[in-house]
Design a protein around this ligand. Structure first.
Ligand code: NAD
Ligand code: UFG
Length: 339
């Protein structure tokens, strides 16, 4: 199948493009490169061993999307494009609403105009808000505490409405937990601008000597070692989850389906720092800092629905997540050619 990946040059999109090509599908990337570099495409092509089609454009440009969907004879869309920083979303809510919401509405209009009926959407575990119980299953109540989370929640609601109104639409909302790691080649991975907000890229830069130490945001949570617990999932496992979702939609037909993509295992900040030190052979100096506002103590997935219905489970462990991140850091980022 020919699949359009909006935001396909980004962190998760590029890994999903590799997985799609590996499974014999054809990937067409659609990206405005607002948070990715053009040379990621060459590195991606080195991995898959052939050219990959790329369209530079903004998802809010409905006319362009329509032309691409029609001319390229696209069979399904995976919608990654959007802004994703929780902190930035509180400072620039309008940018988040226009990019994420308007972008999705534009895509839906283009899909309707061209008769493309299959959509996989990048949602997030952030839609669960403060956990009322753990592990988080798909029926857990949803809420949002910041504009980024609200865009994900609102998009899920829009998709449910559009799905109810159009009996042909096949929609899968994938709620990602904490994607980390990189492709085993070390050619593509996560490359945040400036000082990373997220734990794994921050630790990688401490190991690389670019940052002096890790600030542990709170060591007094009600968790086994007092630090925050998350469900880190290898980005290649996550990418394979998108393949499983496309296959599921093709088999099961129209509907609006929701799946957690996580491992089901919680890992604390200190456990991740220790695993990274082990994988990289570098010390990760750390200092306890105040809690980060808005953080929850623990968040991890119940994964049975994805296992039973999609036939998908995460296979890669913490060591592989850290080793691949370190390989990307040393082979690509330290050479100044990040994703
Ligand atoms: P990313 O920033 O690396 O990738 C997003 C891509 O979309 C970038 O290449 C960017 O240039 C592009 N883009 C942004 N706005 C666009 C627009 N208006 N038109 C066209 N292209 C646009 O982010 P990622 O980590 O790969 O995340 C992909 C998706 O997954 C996002 O929707 C994000 O919210 C969601 N998600 C990510 C995480 C995470 O921790 N990385 C967790 C949960 C959900
Ligand atoms: N942390 C530190 N020091 C740091 C960075 C993070 O101690 O320098 C801690 C946090 O307090 C938290 C854990 O590491 O306990 C993980 O933090 P991240 O920022 O890596 O990830 P979050 O779980 O806070 O958020 C991520 C994405 C969100 C998404 C959410 C749920 O960034 O976009 O997962 O999917 F909404």
């Amino acid at each position: 199948m020919k699949v359009l990946l909006t935001g396909g040059a980004g962190y998760i999109g590029s890994h999903t493009a590799v997985a799609l090509c590996g499974a014999g599908h054809e990937a067409v990337l659609f990206d405005n490169f607002s948070n990715s570099r053009r040379d990621v495409v060459e590195r991606l092509e080195r991995i898959v061993g052939h050219r990959v089609a790329v369209v530079e454009g903004d998802v809010r440009d409905t006319g362009l999307l329509q032309r691409v969907l029609r001319d390229q004879e696209i069979g399904a869309v995976i919608h990654f494009a959007g802004l994703k920083s929780v902190g930035e979303s509180a400072e620039k809510p309008l940018e988040y609403y226009t990019n994420n919401l308007q972008g999705t509405l534009s895509l839906l209009a283009a899909m309707r105009a061209t008769g493309v009926d299959t959509l996989v959407f990048s949602s997030s575990a952030t839609v669960y808000g403060e956990p009322e119980y753990l592990p988080l299953d798909e029926a857990h109540p949803t809420s949002a505490t910041n504009p980024y989370g609200r865009t994900k929640l609102q998009i899920e609601e829009i998709l449910a409405d559009v799905g109810r109104a159009d009996a042909a639409l096949k929609i899968a909302c994938l709620r990602y937990f904490n994607p980390v790691g990189a492709h085993e080649s070390g050619l593509i991975g996560e490359s945040p601008n400036g000082i990373p907000n997220n734990l794994m890229p921050y630790i990688a830069q401490v190991a690389a000597g670019k940052l002096t130490h890790l600030n542990v945001f709170g060591a007094d949570y009600d968790t086994p070692d007092g630090t925050g617990v998350r469900d880190y999932i290898h980005v290649v496992d996550l990418a394979e989850g998108h393949l499983a979702a496309l296959e599921y939609l093709a088999e099961h037909g129209p509907g609006d389906y929701t799946f957690n993509l996580g491992t089901g295992h919680g890992t604390s900040v200190l456990q991740l720092a220790d695993a990274f030190a082990e994988a990289s052979g570098k010390a990760i100096p750390r200092k306890v800092a105040p809690r980060r506002p808005g953080d929850v103590a623990a968040c991890y997935a119940k994964t049975e629905k994805a296992r039973d219905e999609l036939g998908w489970t995460a296979k890669r462990g913490l060591a592989e997540m850290c080793e691949s991140t370190w390989r990307f850091q040393t082979q690509t980022l330290n050479q100044g050619t990040g994703a």
